[in-house]
Design a protein. Structure first.
Length: 215
């Protein structure tokens, strides 16, 4: 199954994330041993597995090493279980993208050390959304339309391959290229860091192979 996503726990955060991923065309598998949540996920049309992820054999049986698996989301309510499962999944698949959830900065650091690529704070995400709803409703609508494909605006990541005509040129050189209907948002410059740098900063980065342009 191509574009497969595994989500541990059908928590409130997981419900929202699973909905977005399903609408985006991913095949979502929910892992939930709570009977009420299991039934809820089933009724919403997800494939649901009721297994304990404290056992590595069960994690392997889920297809954690499947080449079609895009990412693993660890979204349980128990921070200790999240940590243990994140660590176990990372040990079983060194390359898999793992997204975990934590409500504290200390928890964020621990999960990153355990192998998570990204840590979500549900309270910060919810708080920012509420602020935008109250103070920036138009921006919120625009962002939602883009995320849920209700507009003709598409955001893409373009990884620069070796030998590309962009390999070795500078961001300012892109101004001379005919970019009708294309806006360059920024770059992930591997020579500097893994952080995203907005084009509007005015810093003239040299583009190299393996850098990522966001357009």
């Amino acid at each position: 199954m191509k574009n497969k996503i595994i989500i541990y726990s059908f928590s409130q955060v997981a419900i929202d994330i699973a909905k977005v991923l399903k609408e985006a065309g991913y095949f979502v598998v929910i892992v939930e041993d709570n009977e009420k949540r299991f039934i809820e996920a089933k009724e919403l049309g997800y494939q649901v597995e009721s297994v304990s992820l404290l056992d590595d054999d069960n994690i392997v049986k889920l297809g954690i090493q499947d080449e079609n698996l895009v990412a693993f989301f660890c979204l349980g309510d128990d921070k200790n279980l999240n940590l243990f499962i994140t660590l176990s999944v990372r040990n079983l698949n060194k390359k898999l993208k793992i997204i975990s959830v934590s409500s504290t900065k200390e928890g964020n650091k621990t999960l990153i050390l355990a192998g998570a690529n990204k840590v979500l704070n549900p309270y910060e995400i919810g708080g920012l959304r509420i602020f935008r709803l109250l103070h920036k409703p138009l921006i919120l609508n625009v962002l939602d339309d883009i995320l849920f494909s209700n507009s003709n605006i598409e955001i893409a990541e373009v990884v620069i391959p070796k030998g590309s005509i962009f390999d070795g040129i500078y961001l300012k050189d892109l101004r001379t290229i005919d970019t009708t209907d294309i806006i360059i948002l920024g770059i992930q410059d591997r020579e500097i860091s893994d952080k995203f740098i907005f084009f509007a900063t005015g810093i003239n980065h040299k583009i190299d192979a393996d850098d990522t342009l966001v357009i």
